[in-house]
Ligand binder design. Structure first.
Ligand SMILES: NC(=O)C1=CN([C@@H]2O[C@H](COP(=O)(O)OP(=O)(O)OC[C@H]3O[C@@H](n4cnc5c(N)ncnc54)[C@H](OP(=O)(O)O)[C@@H]3O)[C@@H](O)[C@H]2O)C=CC1
Ligand SMILES: C[C@H]1O[C@H](OP(=O)(O)OP(=O)(O)OC[C@H]2O[C@@H](n3cnc4c(=O)[nH]c(N)nc43)[C@H](O)[C@@H]2O)[C@@H](O)[C@@H](O)C1=O
Length: 311
């Protein structure tokens, strides 16, 4: 990417989009195109077509999506399917029609089959049944990857896909029900500490294993791969390290400084039992993660305190 290239970051206010923008700015890129969802609803085909025709970006990072944790995915099943298909279809097709030089689409580790062999290799996609709680989201994301591949095969478009693991970091969503586990627990432990609550509820059994990557590390990988990866298919982005939800809860408890008990709510879903990325393809391309989980959670907690807690 040329330093003065026009770069459209779809979803630039989100956790991932804002991290990608910070990384690009740090590398000296200056020519950004951005729109909030209030300014441009990416589900609207005509509006997106007009936006691309008027702005003519050179490069596109597609980091806008309907995103949420296990309960949000399971509750808003229609929106997770419809919104995500609309957003990615509109952006990918408009990019083709307006000669975008390169586009990056973001998948997610939860779109692998629920019981795929671990660690998850790229060739495990579409080899088995999906996790039911996020099947609509997964179907949309799989369609996005296949759309990039189809536009590459038929039209020669340099559209690539990446497969991030579970993420956390600055500008995360701290909604009590709709967020992912890591921000949800930062908030719940913080509020329990402030209120002197004797116990904190953790959803599910605590036994599922998850891998977490700091969003600024993900952004660094995305910017790197945009400049060093041009293939059909996709590439996993993760740390290659995993932790049980129980141990994650104990780590967040320690960082927040909460001293009460944990209780586990078996009425809430566990989801996929294990989701660990095989990151050997990424390592071969020359990238590895930097931020250890404890360091990253401390940074995320500081960001939460600044943005979500009135002092
Ligand atoms: N968070 C995670 O753990 C993971 C995320 N990913 C992927 O990374 C990408 C970004 O996720 P993340 O940053 O966490 O999500 P966020 O919810 O933080 O950000 C999503 C962004 O999408 C924009 N958006 C959503 N709907 C619309 C719409 N209809 N029109 C225009 N803009 C819209 C929002 O814009 P606005 O702020 O203006 O409303 C928002 O900034 C997604 O593709 C997601 O699937 C992949 C793996 C894990
Ligand atoms: C990134 C990925 O995120 C989603 O999948 P998930 O990995 O299951 O994500 P999660 O963060 O919501 O939960 C992880 C685990 O943690 C447990 N858990 C405990 N207590 C809370 C809690 O308070 N909130 C949440 N959300 N989970 C909790 C929870 O029960 C589960 O066992 C996908 O739907 C999919 O959309 C996707 O892309």
């Amino acid at each position: 990417m040329e330093k003065n290239a026009k770069i459209y970051i779809a979803g630039h206010r989100g956790m991932v989009g804002s991290a990608i923008m910070r990384k690009l700015e740090a590398e000296g890129f200056t020519n950004f195109v951005t729109r909030t969802s209030a300014e441009l609803d990416l589900r609207d085909q005509q509006a997106v077509a007009l936006f691309f025709a008027q702005t003519k970006p050179d490069y596109v990072f597609l980091a806008a999506a309907k995103v949420g944790g296990i309960v949000a995915n399971n509750t808003y099943r229609a929106e997770f399917l419809y919104d995500n298909l609309q957003i990615q279809n509109n952006i990918i097709n408009s990019s083709y029609l307006n000669q975008v030089k390169k586009l990056m689409f973001l998948g997610s580790s939860c779109i692998y089959p629920k019981l795929a062999p671990q660690p998850l290799k790229e060739d495990a996609l579409l080899t088995g049944l999906l996790e039911p709680t996020n099947e609509p989201y997964a179907i949309a994301k799989i369609a996005g990857i296949k759309m990039c591949d189809a536009y590459r095969a038929q039209y020669g478009c340099d559209y690539i896909s990446v497969m991030p693991t579970n993420l956390y970091g600055y500008n995360d969503n701290y909604h009590p029900q709709n967020s992912h586990v890591l921000p949800a627990l930062i908030r719940r432990f913080h509020e329990a500490k402030e209120n002197g609550a004797p116990e904190v509820v953790i959803w599910g059994s605590g036994s599922p294993l998850r891998e977490f990557l700091f969003a600024d590390d993900l952004a660094e990988a995305c910017v790197y791969l945009m400049q060093n990866f041009s293939e059909a298919g996709f590439i996993n982005i993760g740390s290659g390290k995993e932790i049980t939800i129980k141990d994650l809860a104990l780590l967040i408890k320690k960082i927040v400084g909460y001293e009460g008990k944990l209780i586990f709510d078996a009425t809430k879903p566990d989801g996929t039992p294990r989701k660990l990325m095989d990151v050997s393809k990424l390592a071969e391309k020359g990238w590895t993660y930097k931020t250890e989980l404890e360091t990253g959670i401390k940074l995320a907690y500081e960001d939460f305190l600044v943005k979500h807690v009135e002092r």
